[in-house]
Design a binder for this molecule. Structure first.
Ligand code: CO8
Length: 261
């Protein structure tokens, strides 16, 4: 396994647990963290023993308090633009990861931290979590997908409220707004996220990838083409060994043994 300075990466059964580990900077996301996340997620994606990942933050206080402001403070526009800064989050982390992953948000998820959580397939939050897009207070705006993913998750009114005022949402508001799937007591967060990830990791992997693909397609397609995409993926899964096994096991009233084929 690769060596990491800013992450802790562990395999627990079929689940890869990735912990952002810069607690002294509230797990702020600098370029070294991004490069390590790309390496860790590429390894997760390539490893057939791993079916789901969980990303969380070290320490009690933060999931991630944003992109690293100290790293960005003196960078000129020319560097942001010529390097197409932040594009690798989308191309190398989101688009390149076809297996499911969950964000377990344990505290502040602000700016790029909130955006990273929203890149995951869903969020499980501790009751102490706080979400926000405070970039406007720094003279910028969300730059890692926040304006698009937050708006899709919570709708225009709340997204505008958060992006224009920089205010934070607590976990209860995030759940009632549709930003997070579940809220659990802080002490139970990791166990709950790992249990959920283990359940997903035990599912037939081709069906898990296809399920993720078609739900995400809902954000890109018209209703008609999304439904057609779903139907074609369903047809594709009908040809898998795991469909034969899953249905045979149901009929025989036994547990299925999925092979990933
Ligand atoms: N970057 C760098 N360091 C940070 C960050 C950050 N985002 N957040 C916290 N830290 C550091 C602090 O500087 C401090 O370090 P030190 O001890 O060396 O002074 C340490 O973490 C602890 O932080 P605080 O002392 O501030 O802790 P508090 O409990 O007082 O406050 C807060 C916690 C409220 C979370 C506060 O730290 C805060 O407001 N942080 C910044 C939040 C923020 O604005 N995030 C958005 C960043 S911008 C961003 O994500 C943009 C993404 C895309 C940009 C695209 C541009 C083109």
């Amino acid at each position: 396994m690769a060596e990491y300075e800013n992450l802790i990466v562990e395999q627990r059964g079929g689940v890869t647990l990735v912990t952002l580990n810069r607690p002294q900077a509230l797990n702020a996301l600098n370029s070294a963290v991004l490069e390590e996340l790309i390496t860790a997620f590429a390894a997760f994606e390539a490893d057939d023993t791993q079916g789901c990942a969980v990303i969380t933050g070290s320490g009690e206080k933060a999931f991630a308090a944003g992109a690293d402001i100290k790293e960005m403070a003196d960078k000129p526009l020319s560097e942001f633009y010529s390097q197409d800064m932040f594009s690798r989050w989308q191309s190398h982390l989101v688009c390149a990861t076809r297996k499911p992953w969950i964000a377990a948000v344990n505290g502040f998820a602000l700016g790029g931290g909130c955006e990273l959580a929203m890149m995951a397939d869903f969020i499980i939050a501790s009751d102490k979590a706080k979400f926000g897009q405070p970039e406007i207070t720094l003279g910028v705006i969300p730059g890692m997908g926040g304006s698009q993913r937050l708006t899709r998750a919570v709708g225009k009114a709340k997204a505008m409220d958060m992006v224009l005022t920089g205010r934070m949402m607590d976990a209860a508001e995030a759940e009632s707004s549709g930003l997070v799937a579940r809220v659990v007591p802080a002490d139970d967060l990791l166990a709950e996220a790992m249990k959920t990830a283990a359940k997903i990791a035990a599912m037939p992997p081709l069906a898990a990838k296809a399920a993720k693909e078609v739900v995400n397609a809902a954000f890109e397609n018209t209703l008609e083409s999304g439904i057609r995409h779903e139907r074609r993926m369903f047809h594709m899964l009908a040809g898998t060994a795991d469909k034969a096994e899953g249905m045979a096991a149901f009929v025989a009233k036994r547990e299925p043994r999925f092979s990933g084929r």
